[in-house]
Design a protein around this ligand. Structure first.
Ligand code: FAD
Ligand code: PYC
Length: 415
């Protein structure tokens, strides 16, 4: 649509009246080929790739609140693929490659910025673990390198490299292709692109139950009535185990709050991302200037989108230890999301014992980076009723076979 400067000005003052909808606000139909429960990034990406790559277009995404009101709009947007084991680094690298072309693919600027990510090491053992991961990454074709303290001093001038720090910095693992994206733009972009293929995006529609007959899924009962479906896909992040239980499927997932906060906007001062598991905090600066700071996982289980004050206080201490010059910056907002953590800190992408019921969850503290890759392989899995090869190691079968893929060390957030 063409906008004149005058029209832009007038509509900017119109309190959103007459603004064209980015995607139509659909009402539920009685029946779909595929119902996706959860309108976060992963659910919307799944719908988009189902429609685009597999021609499955009679699809609804059901969201109980608003698009992006869950973790998709609450995360700190770090994107990287430097996981330890080949199974995971291949999956996350697949996703990173999709990020690299996403803005063009969905024709929506997701503000993907490959500003690099440093994971700091504060002890000899931590440096050995980082070196091991870097070596594994290089063998899997993922860009990774070790950076010395002297190079860190040049690259991140405000980082506290004093040997007198409580946890002195001994080096870092670095992924240059890692970075950030604008989380809201990701959900809006996927929603619009999916809707353009005919997918119904239905907000304010809570799934209350999953209907089954003789072990086969038949549809869902929602706050807006019954909807029949041949296939139902659960992509509900913090509520994965709760939702699966409604279909009699028990998942090894626990839900925890994870918190973050942002400062007042400032002039550019940090042009990369710095993470430290030892001190439990990580930081980047958004394009509008806020410092974006994340904490370690709240240890208790919970379903409220906030967390305990001592965790956030601890993260603030960690950031000030790494960047003493930020000690007088004022903080603007704090929030929490509910993340679903699996026993090996890896996702579950799987068929279930109920025919036609699929589950995608357990991304824990690290699923934003996987948004396009997860949607891509999950759409394949649903369309073919067969796991995508990259998803195979992540099926529920691993919890009975014992083939766990331990990624706690690469999780990026202290657990
Ligand atoms: P969500 O956006 O949570 O989508 C699930 C949706 O399901 C929600 O919108 C919810 O309302 C809906 N839903 C739930 N129940 C129902 C129901 N019954 N009926 C209908 N709808 C329902 N990951 C990274 O890779 N990098 C990061 O830097 C990062 N930082 C994070 C920081 C914080 C503070 C948090 C909380 C998470 C962070 N994550 C990060 C993790 C990442 O946000 C999640 O793993 C990922 O967003 C989960 O996928 P999603 O976007 O689809 O989830
Ligand atoms: O997975 O890289 C990550 C991450 C950083 C902050 C939260 N998750």
């Amino acid at each position: 649509m063409h906008y004149s400067a005058w029209r832009l000005f007038k509509e900017g003052l119109s309190n959103h009246q007459n603004w064209p909808e980015t995607w139509p606000d659909a009402s539920p139909k009685r029946r779909y080929d595929v119902v996706i429960v959860g309108g976060g990034g992963h659910g919307l990406a799944t719908a988009y790739y189902l429609a685009k790559n597999h021609g499955v277009r009679n699809v609804a995404v059901l969201e109980k609140g608003y698009i992006g009101g869950g973790n998709a709009g609450r995360n700190t947007t770090l994107i990287r693929s430097n996981y330890l084991w080949g199974e995971s680094s291949k999956l996350y690298e697949h996703s990173l490659k999709l990020w690299e072309g996403l803005t063009q693919d969905i024709n929506y600027n997701v503000m993907f910025s490959q500003r690099g990510i440093y994971s700091l090491g504060h002890s000899l053992q931590e440096m050995r673990d980082l070196e091991r991961r870097v070596n594994a990454n290089v063998l899997s074709g993922v860009d990774a390198e070790i950076i010395s303290p002297a190079d860190l001093r040049d690259r991140i001038p405000y980082l506290n490299l004093s040997s007198k720090a409580r946890y002195p910095i001994m080096g870092a693992a670095y992924q240059a292709r890692g970075g950030t994206a604008r989380h809201d733009a990701v959900v809006w972009g996927f929603a619009r692109a999916a809707a353009q293929y005919g997918v119904d995006i239905i907000q304010g529609c809570e799934v209350l139950d999953i209907e089954r007959e003789d072990g086969v899924v038949k549809g869902v009962l929602t706050s807006r009535g019954e909807i029949k479906a041949d296939k139902v896909a659960l992509v509900v992040a913090g509520h994965t185990s709760v939702m699966a239980r409604k279909a009699g499927v028990r998942l090894p997932i626990s839900s925890h709050p994870l918190q973050a906060f942002v400062s007042e906007p400032m002039k550019p001062v940090l042009d990369t991302v710095v993470m430290s598991n030892a001190v439990h905090g990580y930081i980047s600066q958004s394009d509008k200037g806020d410092l974006v700071i994340g904490a370690g996982l709240d240890p208790y289980n919970g379903y409220s989108q906030r967390g305990s004050p001592h965790i956030i206080e601890h993260a603030a201490q960690a950031i000030i230890e790494m960047f003493p010059c930020f000690s007088r910056v004022r903080m603007n907002r704090q929030w929490g999301g509910i993340v679903d953590v699996s026993p090996d800190s890896c996702p579950i992408i799987s068929k279930t014992e109920v025919r036609g019921l699929y589950v995608n969850g357990g991304w824990g503290t690290g699923g934003f980076k996987a948004t396009p890759g997860s949607g891509h392989v999950f759409a394949h899995t649903i369309a073919h009723d067969q796991l995508h090869p990259l998803a195979e190691p992540f099926s529920l079968a691993r919890f009975t076979s014992g083939h766990l893929i331990d990624e706690y060390g690469a999780a990026g957030v202290a657990h």
